[in-house]
Write a protein that binds this ligand. Structure first.
Ligand code: SF4
Length: 64
């Protein structure tokens, strides 16, 4: 599954980095970006927690 972040929706809250630090980081402007494009199936639960905790619904998992 591919990880997508809508950067214009990100408010810099940082929950994604907290729940899945190997997948998300923040740039110098405080906007999240994906460190890895494809989700390892073993990590989908952590990534889903990041998705569920994002206050602006900026993250999606796409595909299978
Ligand atoms: S949880 Fe959402 S709003 Fe917060 S930094 Fe991550 S993508 Fe941005």
């Amino acid at each position: 599954m591919r990880i997508e972040i809508e950067a214009d929706k990100c408010c810099g809250a940082g929950q994604c980095v907290m729940f899945a630090p190997t997948y998300f980081d923040m740039d110098d402007a405080g906007v999240a970006f994906a460190l890895v494009d494809e989700a390892d199936p073993a990590d989908v639960a952590d990534i889903q927690e990041a998705i569920d905790s994002c206050p602006t619904l900026a993250i999606r998992l796409v595909g299978d």
